[in-house]
Each structure stands twice: as C-alpha cells, then as structure tokens.
Design a binder for this molecule. Structure first.
Ligand code: PGA
Length: 254
C-alpha cells in the first residue's frame, strides 16, 4: 500500500514552550503506527531542531519545514536554505501552500525551482495545490489543479516523482471549518492521480500519496481518509491540539 500520512502544518503558531509541550504530548500518546503510516510535523523554522531532537529515532515520525529558498546559500537575508534544513536532519518541506502562493507571491516557476532544490538535496516536498472558491463555483477546478501540477512538477522524471507527496487543499476549506465533502475530496484526488497516470503511467500514479487538507478535524478525518484516493491529510488548526491530532493520526487507513 502507498504511504498513509498525517501531516501537521503548525503555520505561524505556538511559542517554543508550547511547541515542545505539544511534541511531548504526541510522542507520549502511545501511537502505534502501521508499517505504511507516517506522521510529518510541519513546524516553524525556529523549532525545527527542538522538535527533531524530541522525535529522536522514532520510526515513521518526520519533521518538515514550511518553506525553503531556491538557492543553496548566499546573500538572501532572512531566508533558509535546504542545506540548513538538512544539517538539522529535517526530511520534508511543505511547498506551494496557498498562503505562500497568495501572501508571498510564490509563482509556479519558483515552486518548480524549490521542488528541484529539495529533490536534489534528498529532501521530500509535500507539494500543495488547490483551487479558490471562484474556480470551484465556475466548475473549472479540475483544469485549475491540473495546471498547478503541470507548471511545477511535469519537468520532473518518473524516478524523481516516485513516492512523491501531493496535498490537495481547496482554498475555500482552509481554516474555514468548511470541509470538502468526502465525494468532493475523492473526486479531486482521483483526478490528480489520473493526471499523474496520464503523464507518468500507472506505477507512478499508484506510488504517490495524495493528502487532503482543509478543516480536517478529529471528527471527520477517518471518513475522509477512508476514500480510496485519499492517503491521509495535511492538517492546520487541529494539529495544534495533541488530542485532536492523535485522533486524526488514528484515522489513517490501516
Ligand atoms: P486547516 O489548514 O486544517 O486549519 O484548515 C490546513 C492547511 O492550511 O494546511
């Protein structure tokens, strides 16, 4: 089975004390992950080292940054490079979140460059895509999301994309409490997998994990994750509360 993943996106939240306490609670929750299950904690840059240290060598638990720069080093005041992330033993990077696309003007080309430098350095992207409400209401969400994949991923080869992680996050569902229905999530995830199948073939399409994001909660995670093409979730608000996020982790497909 392809990887079933519960990824947390803490965004710009928590103090270092709160981040440490939350990580401790997650690690002490007695979670028993199945062989194909993973947990990824997407934490603010200042806490990467702390959280990474707390995870130690616990299998199937990983730390992600929420962004990286396109260059390996240099005069880019305030930025963080993949080499820095690697030196902290960070394994994943969330890329192309709609908040970064919108508030920080991250273009498809810039995201392609970020994907490239991550892959070249052995860091695994969690590549986000998803349509705004106006696109959903006009019924053109399939084409919109397909273009996002084409523009930032289609220059890559099959080897680079095998086991790749994509997060589908409809913007109208992020932080709004308005989750996509199970059917809407399944439909778009099947579409994303079909787009990848058309471009790269069956084996690749079946290797990628497609996570759903947008108001995933303890109460709705298991039913969304049960959809055949949904391989887990990228979770914002509910990942900040240990009891909620552990329930979400327990909702992953077995
Ligand atoms: P949310 O955020 O779970 O708070 O809706 C999801 C995300 O933006 O990754």
């Amino acid at each position: 089975m392809r990887k079933q993943i519960a990824a947390a996106n803490w965004k710009m939240n928590l103090t270092v004390q709160q981040a440490g306490a939350l990580t401790d609670e997650l690690m002490n929750a007695g979670l028993q992950l199945g062989t194909d299950q993973e947990v990824i904690l997407g934490v603010p840059f200042p806490y990467l080292s702390l959280v990474r240290g707390k995870l130690g060598d616990t299998p199937q638990f990983y730390v992600a940054a929420q962004n990286c720069h396109t260059q390996k080093s240099g005069a880019y005041t305030g930025e963080v490079s993949v080499d820095m992330l690697q030196s902290l033993e960070v394994s994943h990077v969330i890329l192309g979140h709609s908040e970064r696309r919108e508030y920080f003007n991250e273009s498809p080309k810039m995201l392609a460059d970020k994907v490239d430098i991550c892959l070249a350095s052995g860091l695994k992207p969690v590549f986000c895509c998803g349509e705004p409400l106006a696109i959903r209401e006009s019924g053109t969400e399939n084409a919109y999301v397909e273009a996002q994949l084409r523009e930032s991923l289609f220059h890559l080869g099959v080897e680079q994309l095998t086991g790749f992680i994509i997060a589908y996050e409809p913007i109208w569902a992020i932080g709004t409490g308005k989750t996509a229905t199970n059917e809407q999530a399944q439909q778009m995830h099947a579409h994303i997998r079909q787009v990848m199948r058309n471009q790269y073939g069956e084996a690749l399409a079946n290797s990628i994990s497609i996570l759903y994001g947008g108001s995933v909660k303890a109460g709705n995670a298991a039913e969304i994750f049960a959809q055949p093409d949904v391989d887990g979730g990228l979770v914002g608000g509910a990942s900040l509360v240990a009891v909620d996020f552990t329930a979400i982790i327990r909702g992953l497909k077995k």
